[in-house]
Write a protein that binds this ligand. Sequence first.
Ligand SMILES: Cc1ncc(COP(=O)(O)O)c(C=O)c1O
Length: 398
Amino acid sequence: MALAKGNPIPQIAAMALKTSDRGLIPPFIAMDVMRAANERETAGGPVIHLEVGQPGTPAPRGVREAARRALDSDLIGYTDAAGLPPLRQAIAADYQGRYGIAVDPTEIVVTTGSSGAFQLAFLAAFDAGDRVALAAPGYACYRNILAALGLEAVLIEVGENAHYQPNPELLADIPDLAGLIVASPANPTGTMIAPDDLRSLYDYCRERGIRLVSDEIYHGITYEGVAQTARAFGRDAVIVNSFSKYYSMTGWRLGWMVAPPDLARSIECLAQNFYISPPALSQLGAVAAFDCRDELDGHVARYRGNRDLLLAMLRDVGLTRFAPADGAFYIYVDISALSRDSVAFCRRILAETDVAVTPGLDFDPIHGGDWMRLSFAGSRADIEEAARRIAAWLPRQR
Ligand SMILES: Cc1ncc(COP(=O)(O)O)c(C=O)c1O
């Protein structure tokens, strides 16, 4: 029956439709802050972004040129679910170059960011209801992806004494673990696990049948010490990495895994069915990333300068308790002298200074109300201006 113009649509009594409890996970608050900051920016606000871990630089020149050439000459079609063979070879070769470890290209699975790798790894390694331990503070999405997949996130409180990282002593009291996620350097704390300690964790997990997932996304961005890969100790751990951070390619949505042999086929089948393949254009560009070290190491030198500038500013205004920031590009700072509600505090900083920062609650549901995270991956000029605005604003909050 055609509705006459202007007639209301007839109302049909409807049953309530089912919605899933699995989808009811917390937001990734950093992205909520970014949306709010983007809205202010669109409205003309002079916003500076310290809320997301995003380099203020594009992909290296070599990658952009390779992608341009590919656009002109390549089909940009589906690739193998595990990624283009030349890219898998280049990633495997980098393990030899960077860590002196022989990795076979067939171990590498290219993914849609490391975010895609986590979904595949967690599904391949764990069953619904399994318990997976992770550090608090730690990267919010581990916890939230685990929740969406019906896994139990078991938080390990890692304070200053533990150098903000899990260790075998902290794990000893936790029963029935199927997995452990670690990140070194870590987000939000920037802390690193020394190579010997990573070996101890690897052995601890191996001996107890706990699957270690090692997030190595911040390798290459280190200021004190060298980051070791858990792949150095054997093939049981899932190694996760990405082109987003060191390679300055967040929006290209490309990451990878070094997959343990007993998970490889399962991961491949999951990838085929979930995503078919990772983005082809990004893969064709990324092959060139490993020849761009000079440009990329230049970014790391800038991050170091930005870090020192922000640390000096925070000390000047009396905020003196931070995690060490030995790597990655974040400062995780205790704001409890000013506020115990980091969400409201960060909202006020954005509203009153146009500097976007992330509340600690994103990373730590236990103590995160007392902390906030500043990303220093932006340009020097942005960090200087943000530091100036925060330094003028913070003392007024006492
Ligand atoms: C520790 C950590 N792991 C993983 C990711 C996800 O990155 P991507 O999906 O861009 O590789 C991030 C992003 O901030 C991160 O900080």
